[in-house]
Write a protein that binds this ligand. Sequence first.
Ligand SMILES: Cc1cc2nc3c(=O)[nH]c(=O)nc-3n(C[C@H](O)[C@H](O)[C@H](O)COP(=O)(O)OP(=O)(O)OC[C@H]3O[C@@H](n4cnc5c(N)ncnc54)[C@H](O)[C@@H]3O)c2cc1C
Length: 434
Amino acid sequence: MSAVPFANWAIAEKQRLTNWAGNLTYSTDRVSEAESVERVRTFVRSQEKLKVLGTRHCFNNIADSRYNLLSLKPMDEVVSIDEAARTVTVGAGISYGQLSPHLERQGWALHNLASLPHISVAGACTTATHGSGELNGNLATAVIGLEMVTAAGDVVTLSRAHDGDEFRGAVVGLGALGAITKVTLAIQPTYQVCQYVYENLPLAQMKNHFNEIQASGYSVSLFTDWQKQRLNEVWIKKRVVGKAPAAAPAEFFGATPATRNLHPIAEISAENCTEQMGVPGPWYDRLPHFKMGFTPSAGKELQTEYFVPRSQAVDAILAIEKLRDQVSPHLLISEIRTIAADELWMSMAYQRPSVALHFTWKPDWPSVQKVLPVIERELGPYQYRPHWGKLFTMAPAELRSRYERLPDFLALAKKYDPKGKFRNEFLNRNVFGA
Ligand SMILES: Cc1cc2nc3c(=O)[nH]c(=O)nc-3n(C[C@H](O)[C@H](O)[C@H](O)COP(=O)(O)OP(=O)(O)OC[C@H]3O[C@@H](n4cnc5c(N)ncnc54)[C@H](O)[C@@H]3O)c2cc1C
C-alpha cells in the first residue's frame, strides 16, 4: 500500500487496471488518488518511482509504471475563469467533457477539441493531442500556464508569459517532468459550429485539391478505408458567423452530401455521433466526432497515427493508399487531419504545419504489429513523427532524431526530475535512450 491512505482502485475493484482500449494491463496494482496539491506533494516525496495517470486513453505504455500509479481524478475542479485575460484554470484531473459545458454556460469556448471529449486536459496536452483545422494548433497550444509538483515535491509554476523557452519545453512534457496539478488554458467567446458530411470523395480530387479541401472548414476530417480509389467521408465543421448557418455546396469535389447523420464507419449507427446535416450547435457539441453524453468505458480498437509535413501530405497519403491490401484487413477506419505548426519542443507539429494519418485498427495486436513497420517504411521519406499516445514500432534512435529540441528536453527533465522518478520503460526507451 502507499505511504498515504489514498483509495486503491485496483484492490477495491479486485481486478487489474487496464487502459481504455484494454490492450494494456498496467504493471502495478499500487494505484493511489490525490485530491489536493498537498497530497500530491506528500505522495511524490514518499515514493522512489511513480507515474501520474490521466484518463487512461493512451494505447501504448507511456503511462505505465511497475511501481506506483497516481491518479489526480478527484482534482477535477474549474478553479477560475479570468474574463479579462481570457483564460480558465483547471485542476489536472478534469476532462474536456467536464470542462466544456461549464465554459459554454459562462459564455466561453476552447479553440478545438479531439475526436473524443472524455480525455483529461493534462493527459491530452502532455502528449500533444490534437483535433483538426489547418489554422488550429493542437490542444497543448491553448496552454498558457502550468502548475507542477517536481520530483522533490516542490510546486513549480510555468507560464507562456514569463518562462519562454522552458515553458515551451514543459507543455508537451510526456509525463516526464513532474505531476501537473493545474493547467491554465486560453479561452475565447463561445461560438456555434455546423457540421456537414460528404460521401465518396474521389482520390484524384483529393490529390488535385487537397489545399482547397482542407481550407473548406474550420476543422476538416477525411475518413477512408483506403478502398475503391476514394475517401469514404469528408467531415467539414464550419464556424457560424452571424445568425445564419454556414452555407455548404451541394457537391464537393465530386463527393455527395450525406442525407442523414453518419458514423465515420457508415455501417455503424450514428446515434453516438455529434449532430451533422448543417444543424448549428455549440462548439463542444460539434468539434468532437462523438457526443459528450456517450461515455464508452472501454474500446474495442487500437490506434496509430503518423504526422507528416503538410507540404508532403498528398504524396504520403498516396504512398499509404498503395498499401491498401496490407492495411485494410486489419483496419476499422483511417482519418486524415491537419494541424498548424507550433513551438512546443516535443509536439508532433513542432515548427511544422502537419497532416496526421490516423489508423483505427481492429483489436488484434499481433497483426497490427506486423503492418506498422510496412507503413513506417513507406512513410520513411516523409520524416514522420508518431503520436506519443498511440502504437508505433519506429526505432527509438530514429524517433529521437525527429525532435530537434530533444537535448534541451532531456536537460529540462534532469532539472525537475534528476533521478528519473517519473520515468518508465516507455520514456527510457523512446525519449531518454536508456
Ligand atoms: C477513443 C480515443 C480517441 C482519441 N482521439 C484522439 C484525437 O482525436 N486526437 C489525438 O491527438 N489523440 C486522440 N487520442 C489519444 C489521446 O488523446 C492521448 O492518448 C492522451 O494522452 C490521453 O490522455 P489521458 O488523460 O487518457 O492520458 P493517460 O493515458 O492516462 O496518460 C498519458 C500520459 O500523460 C501523463 N499524464 C497524465 N496526467 C498527468 C498529470 N496530471 N501530470 C503529469 N503527467 C500526466 C501520463 O503520465 C502519461 O505519460 C484518443 C484516444 C482514444 C482512446
